[in-house]
Design a protein around this ligand. Structure first.
Ligand code: NDP
Ligand code: MG
Length: 334
């Protein structure tokens, strides 16, 4: 089922003329939306702590960061560029009480609206523009004259103008130069969570660790294991990004391509797919969102423990040493 794709010609940033847009948070997404919209001629205000690194950056970029409640009171479109887990409490304390009827509440990811951890009143618009790229790319592509494709969704249209406002926002951040894909909060949120959990982040990290463990437990040097199950991923992913699996398979050796078909289905089999279906249904039922919220309310106890354990995984220890031998990859230490 193909979805509607919109471009600059299908809307106008003018729908935000004479209006004020408040960007709450000046992090990865916030700084990009604020600067791109301002460069598109929109009147933008920013809410952020002044003394933090992001607050200082906002000041450096010519904004005078306000407290969240102040920014909400002044704005016609309020864009929540805050971490998903903090949005509900900031909404309850500072956003909700200050929303004026007829204004629009914007999200860059559907999580809190879809799972109802934020429930805005009926008399405001609820919209989403979710760029399919990290904030720094949203900014750098815009500066280059391009844009990052965006997902656009309307959850609530109280003013009758929600679509025009959402299009103005999407066009103002550069999305209309690449393509604006019309979807729903539900589809954006559920596919996003599924992708990051089962393939992009969860699946890939687990695959790297398992491959590394199998090789080192069988007595192979960790250095070799790291190169073969981790370092070379970059080359493979780059080819997939540019030309799909076909281009990657065209570029690798016949031995590697033969091994791909011979072994891939033995690793990811119908049982794996069944477990992916279970992951999807836990996302759809709200089970995952509930687990995330419950752990957040306990100070992210489980989350912090996992982070610490994986931080010290042997693949990370050897990886750090080997990356030090390759200055051209610009090693980063966390
Ligand atoms: P970041 O962590 O980069 O930035 C969050 C911002 O929120 C910071 O400026 C931070 O300020 C501020 N903030 C944090 N806590 C509070 C608080 N309690 N009260 C007020 N301000 C606070 O977030 P992201 O940009 O990564 O994520 C924002 C949204 O964008 C999320 O909904 C995410 O899902 C979505 N998104 C993110 C993408 C990405 O590439 N990162 C891609 C697409 C969507 P300070 O620095 O002062 O702490
Ligand atoms: Mg995601």
């Amino acid at each position: 089922m193909a979805i509607e794709t919109l471009y600059d010609k299908d809307g106008s940033v003018n729908a935000l003329q004479g209006k004020t847009v408040a960007i709450l948070g000046y992090g990865s997404q916030g700084h990009a939306h604020a600067q791109n919209l301002r460069d598109s001629g929109v009147s933008v205000i920013v809410a952020n702590r002044r003394e933090s690194a992001n607050g200082k950056l906002a000041i450096e970029h010519g904004y005078a960061p306000l407290p969240v409640d102040e920014a909400v009171k002044q704005a016609d479109l309020i864009i929540m560029a805050l971490p998903d887990e903090v949005q509900p409490e900031v909404y309850t304390k500072s956003i909700g009480p200050n929303l004026r009827p007829g204004t629009a509440l914007g999200a860059t990811h559907g999580f809190n609206i879809h799972f109802k951890t934020i429930t805005p009143p009926d008399n405001i618009d609820v919209i989403m523009v979710a760029p399919k790229g990290p904030g720094h790319t949203v900014r750098s592509e815009f500066e280059r004259g391009g844009g990052v494709p965006c997902l656009l969704a309307i959850e609530q249209d109280a003013s009758g103008n929600a679509f025009n406002v959402a299009m103005a926002w999407a066009i103002g951040v550069g999305g209309g130069r690449a393509g604006i894909l019309r979807t729903t909060f539900k589809d954006e949120c559920e596919t996003d969570l599924f992708g990051e959990q089962s393939v992009l982040c969860g699946g890939l990290s687990a695959m790297i660790k398992a491959g590394f463990e199998v090789l080192t437990e069988a007595g192979y040097p960790p250095e070799l294991a790291y190169f073969e199950v981790c370092h070379e991923l970059k080359l493979i992913i780059q080819m997939i990004e540019q030309g799909g699996l076909n281009y990657m398979r065209y570029s690798i050796s016949n031995t590697a391509e033969f091994g791909d078909y011979y072994t891939g289905p033995k690793i990811i089999d119908s049982n794996t797919k069944d477990r992916m279906r279970k992951v999807l249904s836990d996302i759809q039922s709200g089970q995952f969102a509930k687990a995330f919220r419950e752990d957040y309310e306990e100070g992210f106890k489980w989350f912090s423990k996992q982070r610490e354990q994986d931080h010290n995984h042997p693949v990370e220890k050897i990886g750090k040493e080997l990356r030090g031998m390759m200055p051209w990859i610009h090693p980063v230490e966390i």
